[in-house]
Design a protein around this ligand. Structure first.
Ligand SMILES: Cc1ncc(COP(=O)(O)O)c(C=O)c1O
Length: 381
């Protein structure tokens, strides 16, 4: 037997409270019992998103929620400013182009943050832009973008909605949907919500509903209108992912118990311990100091070490699954996920497995230094 540790930024581990809830016998969705759970989830998500806006839940992965934002806010030919610095920002451009939108492309290296001054300049140069699209927490790079500052800019443009991919932001970093003026915010279940994959949620502001009224892009399953209308009757337009909703009731209960501030503080501590641990082993962090999120820690593979072997040995020999780099960074970085159901000792375990793996690969470092540095964070030193 080998005990397994899932240290990836999605899917993430699912607490036993959630697993057990999902194992209950199936119930029908047009029942008062299900309606009560659905509304508990909607209210809970509003708490997690820090919003009084509508929150809609879909049976799909995060990408479905991303696509829904485009088809519900725009018309073909609309101009949108997409600020991107990673794989998931790239996906936003692909979706925009799929639907015939004109993209004002603000493209950055994966190791950079989006520069707010550039968004400001792009808005001034394109006052007809109907949207600004940005990823808050880039899972491919660990970079955290300042969506609060971008929200201050779009507030001055009444016809321009701010669409935020917070799929690995929600539940890991502060995401103050209302206070920051974020019109559309999305997340996926297999991330900070501590569920299996298959659910996505989107918050929709009054400004975004105005864009919805104008939008003419084709939509059916992801048409926000029927979801809102049905929620008024505590139900859904189509068969919902019943077991995932039942699981979400439990994970929201856990998040409410810890408080959203507590959840975010825990993620910040786990991220800090992972960073300090890896640095103590002589490795360099991928994300820049001014924009490091708490969902995932990407680390440069040390010179002379085979990055793909690190991921392979950790998984096969020690049962610890971390993520490799994506696209151009495959084999050049590895990523430790700590988003969702994670505690201090998951980080200690991962750093221990990392040290043992690096030692096997002939990397020269002081054994135990990574664990010691992480312990210092957990002990408040
Ligand atoms: C920041 C971000 N955006 C979008 C997605 C896409 O979500 P999904 O794979 O659930 O469709 C992911 C998934 O990893 C993500 O991390």
């Amino acid at each position: 037997m080998q005990k397994k540790y899932l240290m990836t930024p999605g899917p993430t581990p699912v607490p036993s409270e959630v697993l057990l809830a999902q194992a209950r016998p199936m119930i029908h969705h047009r029942t008062p019992d299900f309606s009560a759970m659905l509304m508990e989830c909607v209210e809970g998500l509003k708490y997690v998103f820090q919003t009084t806006n509508d929150v809609l839940i879909f049976g799909c992965s995060g990408t479905g929620a991303m696509e829904s934002a485009f088809v519900n806010c725009f018309c073909a030919g609309d101009k949108v400013i997409v600020a991107r610095n990673g794989k998931f920002g790239d996906r936003m451009v692909k979706i925009a182009k799929t639907y015939g939108l004109e993209v004002v492309d603000l493209r950055y290296e994966w190791t950079e943050t989006v520069k707010v001054a550039d968004v400001d300049a792009a808005l001034k140069a394109n006052p007809d832009a109907r949207g600004v699209v940005i990823t808050q927490s880039e899972t491919s790079s660990g970079v955290l973008n300042d969506v609060e500052a971008v929200g201050k800019l779009t507030a001055d443009y009444p016809d321009c909605v701010l669409i935020v991919d917070s799929i690995t932001g929600i539940g890991a970093v502060p995401c103050m949907t209302d206070a920051w003026g974020l019109d559309v915010v999305m997340t996926g279940s297999q991330k900070g919500l501590m569920l299996p994959p298959g659910l996505a949620a989107v918050s929709v502001s009054a400004k975004a509903w105005k864009a919805y009224e104008r939008s003419t892009l084709p939509k059916f399953y992801f048409d926000w209108g029927p979801y809102k209308k049905n929620l008024a009757d505590s139900t859904t337009p189509f068969t919902p992912a019943v077991s995932l909703i039942i699981g979400l009731v439990e994970s929201i209960k856990m998040m409410r118990e810890e408080t959203i501030e507590g959840v975010i503080a825990r993620h910040s501590r786990l991220a800090e311990a992972t960073r300090r641990g890896c640095e103590a082993l002589g490795m360099k962090l991928f994300a820049p100091p001014e924009g490091r999120g708490s969902a995932v820690t990407p680390v440069w593979v040390p010179e002379g070490v085979d990055g793909k072997q690190i991921v392979k040995i950790m998984k096969n020999k020690y049962g610890v699954t971390i993520a490799g780099g994506q696209d151009d960074y495959a084999g050049r970085i590895f990523r430790v996920g700590h988003l969702g159901y994670f505690g201090d000792f998951d980080i200690i375990t991962t750093l221990a497995a990392l040290e043992m793996t690096l030692a096997e690969l002939g990397y020269d470092f002081e054994r135990g230094a990574g664990i010691k540095a992480a312990e210092a964070v957990f002990m408040g030193e």
